[in-house]
Design a protein. Structure first.
Length: 159
């Protein structure tokens, strides 16, 4: 029996026993230091992305700061936070395609340094188009570097 592939919405709503706070140990401590880290639930990441108003932006790192503070952890896992932002973006586009107009504004969530995310729906071109509509100026990428939002720090919703 072949299992049906989960929709993006189902992935977003599958908490998988998350959030979970764990001790930073072993190899992780070389990169993250000591303390605890939170593995967020997908919906938590989506909730933070939902709160970014038009004309503003946030970054994965700001979302991580918000999550760490919320759970009393030293840091939030960068890998799962990034993956869940991607799931949120795809779930929003899936909802939009089915007629939902009020979706999570995923295009307002940037990577470190204000970079656009090539893994979001439609790649950096779609994210750029939506950000320009909201008044942001985009600096084109060079080589393998993706485009960035000019002066994104001045428009940042901080965690």
């Amino acid at each position: 029996m072949v299992k049906a592939k989960k929709s993006w919405q189902e992935k977003l709503n599958d908490d998988k026993d998350l959030p979970r706070v764990e001790e930073i140990t072993g190899n992780m401590s070389q990169r993250w230091g000591t303390g605890t880290f939170v593995i967020p639930a997908p919906r938590e990441v989506n909730e933070i992305m939902l709160q970014v108003p038009k004309g503003k932006v946030t970054t994965i790192n700001e979302i991580r700061k918000t999550l760490a503070k919320k759970h009393g952890a030293t840091i939030a896992c960068p890998i799962t936070t990034g993956i869940f932002a991607w799931v949120s973006a795809n779930a929003a586009e899936e909802a939009y395609a089915s007629g939902v107009k009020d979706i999570t504004p995923w295009w307002r969530t940037l990577k470190t340094g204000g970079e656009l995310n090539p893994k979001y729906p439609g790649g950096t071109a779609e994210q750029e188009a939506r950000l320009k509509v909201e008044g942001h100026t985009i600096i084109p990428g060079k080589g393998k570097k993706p485009p960035v939002v000019k002066d994104y720090e001045k428009k940042l919703v901080e965690g």
